[in-house]
Design a protein around this ligand. Structure first.
Ligand code: COA
Length: 195
């Protein structure tokens, strides 16, 4: 991770820089203008990451999620988390998540997010699992509704898995993947049946 990464709340200049930086992504300038309005209304916090002073990426903390289970539980959602391709794998993503979680923790014990399922989301999936995010149990959802077994769906950006992370539990109490061992301790494994 580089030591010249800076994450701040985005001001008008940063939003203009983001719009310019992401112009080759499917992210029109109007999107960033909308962020400014939503931030001013207090609905979201927009964070921008810079590496060596150059805009690298951004994400939003959305206080009232559009995903009904998060909204019902007052779980803020981290949305629109993106780092420019040529600035990836230098720690900007991690720095954005650190700050987004810190801000969410000011109002909530839990933070949520949703992630797509095809390979373009692969890095994000790995990053979330390594940070301790756990599926919310609803399975695959489209537009906030669970997809019933046997459904035929198009695998675009719409089918997503929702994940949450506790912002209060100490590391030792977080849900861990099967086979995880604290500080190198060995798991005795399941006991063999007697006989
Ligand atoms: C997900 C995403 C935002 C991550 O951004 P990023 O800036 O690359 O994230 P980081 O650099 O903090 O971490 C990513 C990886 O780079 C590694 N990394 C960080 N600094 C590094 C360095 N100096 N050298 C080598 N690797 C490094 C991290 O360890 C991590 O690797 P791992 O996944 O194997 O653990 C970015 O990949 C992205 O924009 N993806 C496309 C959009 C997307 O999927 N968004 C999420 C929607 S839900």
């Amino acid at each position: 991770m580089q030591d010249d990464i800076e994450v701040t709340v985005a001001d008008a200049l940063a939003l203009a820089e983001l719009a310019a930086g992401f112009r080759t992504w499917p992210k029109p300038a109007a999107l960033f203008e909308g962020f400014a309005r939503r931030a001013q209304a207090g609905d979201v916090v927009v964070l921008v990451a810079r590496i060596g002073g150059v805009v690298a990426g951004y994400c939003l903390v959305e206080w009232r999620s559009s995903y009904p289970p998060f909204a019902a539980a007052d779980v803020p959602e981290i949305v629109d988390f993106n780092v420019l391709s040529d600035q990836q794998r230098q720690g900007a993503g991690r720095a954005l998540m650190d700050e987004a979680e810190r801000i969410a923790a000011g109002r909530s014990d839990t933070v949520g997010l949703r992630v797509g399922l095809y390979a373009a989301y692969g890095r994000a999936q790995q990053l979330y699992v390594r940070r301790g995010y756990v599926p919310d149990g609803a399975g695959l959802t489209v537009d906030g509704a669970a997809v019933p077994p046997g459904s035929t769906i198009v695998l675009d950006d719409e089918p997503v898995l929702a994940l949450t992370r506790s912002l209060r539990l100490p590391d030792s109490q977080r849900v861990r993947p099967v086979g995880w061992h604290p500080a190198g301790q060995r798991d005795a494994g399941p006991k063999r049946p007697a006989g």
